[in-house]
Design a protein around this ligand. Structure first.
Ligand code: COA
Length: 333
């Protein structure tokens, strides 16, 4: 029997309607369009404003987009994973509510949290289920409502993050398309440089913590930046080297969109032509778990069967890594 590999066979996406531009941010904090654009590459980001709607709202919309595009029956989905750093609630998994809402009645579901690497790690997990031969359709959704944990008076974070979701379907492939190799790492020493301190089990939320804003995301941008540049690039180069891939072999770099300068530095270490680098940070900012599938959705029409995609991500924790995947279909668009 031929070896089963895990291929991405469909993509869906959703971003909320409200557009938070750099010009609007100029009226909220001491910043300006020129600084944000030159330091990050971001021009605008989407924000989910509706009261009472959480990450599951974004995840459901992205999954429904995928289902509508492909016509798959949700009852055939075996597993729903929601990769997210901003779950709807503490105790009830966002993925479970999402799966039920899209009609995936026969699926089991769980959340996966690894900050901005959540979707990358999720690809690894989804692939293992498919490769086992036991599961045929695994829906991996990357979704984050970052605006729920951002202090819009802190210019070090509020200019970067946005809300959004993307979904991919993993299915078995016997033509050696799909996930080929992965290099995933983590380092807990990074925790102090990027975190929302209060609201978890170490420091439950208190009125004092809320008054001080210690439930919001805090980051030491410079330290995160330095680690992101070196570790994301190291991981991507490692994946190239051990798969004997040259820069000519690479069709696309699909890199986490945290800062355009981080993506450019990774591409430069790989010696890649800039037109092989997927980029949409200018429109969405950093959507955490959603950046990789949103890139796939935006570039889907350009992807061809057999294309070599190198994924790379870096996030809080620290978490990071790179995945080599062969694209499995030609777009119908
Ligand atoms: N608008 C205008 N000026 C700002 C600003 C803003 N939004 N934020 C910071 N500044 C100022 C600083 O006060 C500082 O001024 P000073 O030189 O007078 O002291 C100057 O700009 C440089 O600040 P610095 O923090 O060194 O900027 P930076 O070049 O490191 O860029 C980040 C800041 C946050 C954009 C950058 O560090 C970054 O992208 N880090 C990684 C973020 C990330 O990836 N996070 C998610 C993990 S995946």
């Amino acid at each position: 029997m031929s070896k089963i590999s895990a291929a991405i066979t469909a993509v869906g996406a959703y971003v909320p309607d409200y557009v938070l531009t750099n010009q609007i941010l100029e009226t909220m904090v001491d910043t300006n369009d020129e600084w944000i654009t030159s330091r990050t590459g971001i021009k605008e980001r989407r924000i989910l404003k509706d009261v009472g709607k959480g990450t599951s709202f974004l995840a459901i919309k992205a999954a429904q987009d995928l289902i509508n595009k492909t016509g798959i029956n949700p009852k055939d989905i075996d597993l729903v994973i929601v990769a997210t750093a901003t779950p709807d609630m503490k105790a009830a998994a966002t993925a479970v509510f999402t799966a039920t809402s899209i009609g995936a009645k026969n699926a089991f579901a769980f959340d996966l949290e690894a900050a901005c690497s959540s979707f990358l790690y999720g690809m690894s997990v989804a692939a293992r289920y498919i490769e086992s031969g036991k599961y045929k359709k695994v829906l991996l959704i990357g979704a984050d409502k970052n605006s729920s944990m951002i202090n819009y008076e802190d210019r070090a974070t509020c200019i970067i993050f946005g809300d959004g979701a993307g979904a991919v379907l993993f299915e078995p492939n016997t033509d050696n398309l799909g996930l080929q190799d992965e290099y995933l790492r983590s380092d807990g020493a990074g925790r102090e440089f990027l975190q929302a301190t209060y609201g978890g089990s170490s420091f439950p939320i208190t009125p004092e913590a809320v008054a001080d804003g210690r439930h919001y995301v805090f980051q030491d941008g410079k330290t995160v930046f330095k680690n992101a540049v070196s570790r994301m690039a190291d991981a991507a180069v490692e994946i190239l080297d051990r798969n004997n891939l040259t820069k000519q072999d690479v069709s696309w770099l699909v890199a986490h969109q945290a800062n355009k300068r981080i993506v450019d530095a990774t591409a430069s270490r790989m010696d890649l032509d800039p037109n092989k680098v997927m980029m949409n940070i200018q429109r969405y900012g950093n959507t955490t778990s959603a950046t990789l599938p949103l890139l796939l959705s935006d570039y889907e029409s350009l992807l061809k069967k057999g294309d070599n995609l190198i994924f790379a991500a870096f996030g809080g924790g620290f978490t990071w890594g790179s995945i080599y995947l062969k694209w499995a279909y030609n777009s119908k668009n």
